[in-house]
Design a protein around this ligand. Structure first.
Ligand SMILES: [Zn+2]
Ligand SMILES: [Zn+2]
Length: 130
């Protein structure tokens, strides 16, 4: 089952409970990013329930992370170049993503670009590395 032309429920679903309560506007923006990027995305993590998020998140603050709101996903950059990755960040900013996190160190399989559309009620726009 597809959420948008290029993204299925199963690839956005929480890996522990298969819930995929994704935000409509986030998915619209993700599809737009996919369209301008022009290559397939491999999603490392989309929706996360509170329990799963607590188990995997590096976000140590007391409030729930943005993945639990269905407003975030981690796009694998394992098989794209650093230049392409930086280009993707620019394209994501142009589309209006307000949270961008980049993991470019460690095992290639674990490298990803986190994108989210957090609102000011969550936090001001943020860019970070892992
Ligand atoms: Zn879960
Ligand atoms: Zn993330």
């Amino acid at each position: 089952m597809l959420i948008t032309p290029n993204f299925s429920v199963s690839e956005m679903a929480c890996s522990c409970c298969q819930k995929a309560e994704m935000d409509d506007e986030f998915m619209r923006m993700l599809q737009e990013l996919r369209n301008v990027a022009g290559f397939p995305f491999r999603i490392n993590s989309g929706f996360r329930c509170l329990k799963h998020n607590a188990a995997v998140s590096s976000y140590k603050k007391s409030k729930a992370g943005i993945h639990t709101f269905g407003k975030a996903c981690d796009i694998s950059v394992m098989s794209i170049s650093t230049t392409q990755t930086l280009h993707l960040i620019k394209q994501a900013q142009d589309i209006g993503f307000t949270g961008l996190g980049l993991k470019l160190n460690g095992d290639r399989k674990g490298r990803f670009l986190h994108v989210d559309n957090r609102g000011d009620d969550f936090s001001p726009p943020a860019v970070w590395t892992y």
